[in-house]
Design a protein around this ligand. Structure first.
Ligand SMILES: C[S@@+](CC[C@H](N)C(=O)[O-])C[C@H]1O[C@@H](n2cnc3c(N)ncnc32)[C@H](O)[C@@H]1O
Length: 251
């Protein structure tokens, strides 16, 4: 296998150093920020807000058999937290940082079975086939992608998604003042350029025909299970700390 083949061995990966290589070994989702730590002590609880939403939206993920790509998967937290919550899929992850990808297997618990197939990206490009995935997720990635390179990411996601496939873009919401404060004071976000849901929707529609809808997430601290119904009731309000743009590719 060449270094770009999905599922190739980490020791065969090569390429330019990426910004997140420096954070990989200690990566814990920006939880070094004291305000973020006040919201929850566990980085997984922030991810779990997204995976709970995903399992409500895609109940078939509990049954297995779907092919799912997490683009910019980092250390694999979204796939791992999803699997720990009962999500079953043929998972694949890619990232521009091989340092982050090398952490995926290290952090993947043996009881979850085989770890995801992994592939380093060459810029926005992945080695995956056209129409390979039923579902693709992009979580907290786009604000790290330079604005001029984002159209290439949207195009790549449209390419690897099956007709009828679904793409879910999770992002920090710049309309939430606390989010802007946290991002401005977190080391891993020092080069971040936030984007709102309107920019994501326009970017996606420039790349492919999609049916789109948007939910806002994380109005309440993610660890407070009792307040989850409040979060769900407010999903229409564009002030949550996170949002998800859901894009359905016509079949
Ligand atoms: C904040 S981390 C999020 C990781 C993971 N998606 C999660 O939710 O835990 C951002 C990730 O985006 C990756 N990234 C940055 N620029 C990228 C690009 N142009 N293409 C793909 N991934 C990129 C980084 O290497 C890093 O792993």
């Amino acid at each position: 296998m060449s270094s770009a083949d999905p599922g190739s061995k980490p020791d065969s990966w090569s390429g330019e150093p990426a910004e997140f290589d420096d954070y990989a070994a200690e990566y814990e989702g920006g939880l070094d920020n004291p305000v973020k730590r006040l919201m929850s002590k566990s980085p997984d609880q922030f991810i779990a807000v997204k995976t709970r939403w995903l399992l409500r939206r895609e109940p078939a993920l509990r049954g297995g058999g779907l092919a799912m790509l997490d683009y910019g998967c980092g250390v694999g937290s979204l796939m791992r937290v999803l699997a720990e919550a009962g999500g079953r899929a043929d998972f694949a992850g890619c990232d521009i940082s091989t340092g982050m990808l090398r952490q995926v297997e290290k952090r993947w618990p043996a009881q979850l079975g085989a770890p995801p197939a992994l592939a380093p990206q060459q810029g926005a490009q992945t080695p995956f086939a056209d129409g390979q995935f039923d579902i693709a997720t992009v979580s907290a990635v786009l604000h790290h992608v330079p604005v001029a390179e984002r159209p290439a990411v949207y195009a790549e996601l449209g390419r690897v998604l099956k007709p009828g496939g679904r793409l879910y873009v999770f992002e920090h919401n710049p309309r939430n003042p606390l989010v802007r404060y946290v991002v401005a004071h977190t080391a891993i976000d020092r080069n971040a350029i936030l984007l709102d849901a309107t920019e994501v929707r326009h970017g996606l529609l420039n790349a492919a025909r999609y049916d789109l809808d948007t939910d806002y997430l994380m109005f309440m601290p993610p660890g407070l299970a009792l307040l989850r119904p409040v979060d769900r009731a407010l999903a229409w309000l564009p002030l949550g700390a996170q949002y998800v743009v859901a894009a359905h590719k016509p079949g």
